[in-house]
Design a protein around this ligand. Sequence first.
Ligand SMILES: O=C([O-])[C@@H](O)[C@@H](O)[C@H](O)[C@@H](O)C(=O)[O-]
Ligand SMILES: [Mg+2]
Length: 431
Amino acid sequence: MVRDPLNDVPHRIKDIRVTPVAFRDPPLLNTVGVHEPFALRAVVEVVTESGLLGLGETYGDLAHLERLRLAARELNGVDVWHVQEIARRIAVVLAADTGKGGHGMSGMVTGSRTADRVLSPFEVACLDIQGKALGRPVSDLLGGAVRDRVDYSAYLFYKWAGHPGAEPDEWGAALDPDQLVAQARRMIDTYGFPAIKLKGGVLPPEEEIEAIKALRRAFPEHPLRIDPNAAWSVATSIRVGKELDGVIEYLEDPTAEIGGMARAAREVPMPLATNMCVVAFDQVKSAVTEDAVQVILSDHHFWGGLGRSRTLAGVCETFGLGLSMHSNSHLGISLAAMTHLAAATPNLNYACDTHWPWKSPDEDVIVPGALTFRNGSVAVPTAPGLGVELDRDALARLHEQYLACGIRQRDDTGYYRRTTDPGFDPTPPRW
Ligand SMILES: O=C([O-])[C@@H](O)[C@@H](O)[C@H](O)[C@@H](O)C(=O)[O-]
Ligand SMILES: [Mg+2]
């Protein structure tokens, strides 16, 4: 048995708590619809016999919660150093799972592996405990931080002024280039982000090209990206790519599937990036063979945790692929995990995505102060483990909000149809 080298106490899992939470989310538009008034997450607490607590954060969709609870029942007694045993048990208990539903991404990313999505928060929580047992930050367990701050990008969204029937929110509407530039200005003034990403696939491509060009004029030095989540045909992707030659650093998921991306990649001048067509290890081979993507956006929530995301980084290095980082609506436990991972990944050379600015500062499950943005970057926590502490009152409040809000799975398309256009069809390619 592996023993704690410091005090010879094993750290076997004694208890796991999975708590769904909901936090307010503005009406952010994407190609499949619009964000509902609340985003869902699940907080995973792993408690050991030795009395240590580890934290993980993941999607809050009901089907995912059920899988998390099923997995949790299998993990009692496992040593937190034995993540491979945890992965094995999860794979066994989910073997018959068809993987339908509960992706937490409103249908935009469906090819990731169910067992990896379930493993992720347990693995992060185990790393948190390992770090606490050793008195070292998680970045040290991943090979050591190669940077003491991690850069994030300003993640712009087209959006309505407010949710239908509600007062306008503090960001107001962003439905044309001027409004997007104002959104970017405010976000960069507040957080200092060094790069800009625009969530596209919302308006006809010509309008989104104009928006990118307006951003380029307003922010001549900021690397720019646009991500329409595969809303475009191959022909449209090629047309937009040529039009944005020299303007964007990469074009993210312009079109669907490895085959489509490969055809687009042959014609456009810039690298193509993805968090849609390569979301699991068994998809890497054909992507590389076909030279379909030049940058992969890692995401520990669906690649199976921080260790497997480091493996992905090695794969990218091996094949000469760039590496960036994807995000969804998230809270502070995930931001801490993303920051440790990015810090310990030398070849992560792009500013990471984060939805952080879209969350109200007063809504989180961690004690404030551990993670702050300065010049667009977050300092890598140096305290043991993830370096964040659970705020139990806040957790209880956001759980109450989950119970009251009535939302049980992310459904951007359903919300758009209910509020705006019952006939809305997001099937790609939309253009
Ligand atoms: O939050 C959103 O609407 C995004 O569209 C998100 O769901 C995507 O997964 C993501 O940000 C992306 O880069 O594709
Ligand atoms: Mg993307």
